[in-house]
Design a binder for this molecule. Structure first.
Ligand code: SF4
Length: 356
């Protein structure tokens, strides 16, 4: 039976190549072709000898299964949302999503780490799917490779990757980190650690584990509330890891020089967007080197409303005045359902589709 190669580390490819009786430098060539050159067909790996390419492509050889594009949803703002189908020989089929967002001088790719999610944040449509399954390292890194390859002609010099699509990355820790290591490897996809951001709902053991990694991405925490009561009602995970436990883990996290935490704060009109909320946020993160991204809610299918423009401005002003770097981020691709998880629900046959 053939072996899936996408997602394998340099070391795993060395073992694989050794099992074929080939010399170790062939593994480095294969790794380069897969991740630096984004070759998904053995025939296109022209850095390998023809005989080895043929052997790899044989039934007994290897296989490369990148996520398959089911649909593309281009947005008026230039973003493209991809609905991918994953799974195959050994993995349960599922659909996930990623978004490619071009900007001046760079592109940002938002990817998924799980199909569905078990965390149950109340403002998130993915939560309504429940957890379908964890993605493999190959399915995670494959989303980046396919999005880059698809947009090959218009790529800017810098690529940012955000792990903010479907799923809680720290609840699929090993596969997520295996993918991140390939993304950050100068011989792999070669992205800079500050350009890869892992966003978590606040899984404290995962944050502690990440702090011990030699190679790791930047960390963003989805805060979204200014008190335990409020956070419990928006993000039930807060009952397991309440704010004092979460923020204590952030304070102990070994930030590198010039490294900042990012706190993501979705502003829900009339829920968590008052000046008092802003002042409480300032107090909560006072001892943490952090910046805050305010994300005004996209009105959609859930019972929340967008914050008023004045509330957004006032919230930002209060944080900035207290010395917290604060930015307002409007989520892109709004006309193609770019809010977390919405596309998956549109395409997944389930009673929840009625919400659309
Ligand atoms: S916001 Fe993220 S962690 Fe929360 S339910 Fe949605 S996908 Fe899961």
């Amino acid at each position: 039976m053939s072996v899936e190669l996408l997602g394998k580390s340099a070391e795993e490819l060395r073992e694989y190549v050794a099992s074929l009786g080939e010399r170790p430098f062939r593994a480095a060539q294969l790794y380069h072709a897969l991740y630096a050159e984004r070759r998904f067909e053995f025939a296109a790996m022209t850095n390998l000898p023809a005989a080895l390419r043929q052997r790899l492509a044989s039934v007994e050889g290897g296989r490369i299964t990148p996520p398959r594009i089911v649909r593309r949803f281009p947005s008026a703002d230039g973003s493209i949302r991809y609905l991918f189908s994953i799974g195959g020989e050994n993995e349960k089929p599922a659909q996930i999503e990623a978004v490619f967002m071009p900007r001046e001088g760079r592109q940002t790719i938002c990817i998924s780490t799980q199909a569905g999610c078990a965390v149950d944040c109340h403002f998130c449509l993915t939560a309504q799917l429940g957890l379908i399954r964890n993605l493999t390292a190959g399915e995670i890194v494959g989303q980046v490779l396919v999005a880059l390859e698809e947009n090959r002609e218009q790529l800017a010099p810098q690529t940012n990757v955000v792990l903010m699509g479907q799923g809680e990355p720290l609840l699929n820790y090993d596969a997520t980190m295996a993918a991140v290591r390939i993304l950050l490897d100068p011989k792999g996809v070669a992205l800079a650690p500050r350009h890869v951001t892992l966003s978590t709902s606040g899984i404290v053991p995962g944050i502690e584990r990440l702090g011990k990694e030699k190679i790791r991405p930047s960390l963003a925490i989805s805060l979204n509330a200014s008190s335990d009561e409020q956070r419990n009602s928006l993000m039930p995970i807060n009952r397991k890891y309440p704010l004092d436990v979460l923020l204590d883990a952030c304070q102990k996290y070994p930030l590198r020089p010039r490294e900042y935490f990012t706190f993501e704060y979705v502003l829900l009109g009339g829920v968590n967007d008052t000046p008092e909320d802003a002042r409480r946020v300032v107090r909560l993160i006072a001892h943490i080197r952090a910046k805050v991204n305010l994300i005004p809610w996209n009105p959609g299918n859930l019972p929340y409303r967008a914050p008023a423009a004045e509330s957004i401005e006032e919230f930002q002003r209060i944080l900035v005045e207290k010395g917290v770097p604060t930015f307002v981020r409007y989520s892109r691709g709004q006309d193609v359902f770019a809010a977390c998880g919405q596309l998956a629900l549109m395409e997944t046959p389930s009673p929840l589709v009625a919400l659309q």
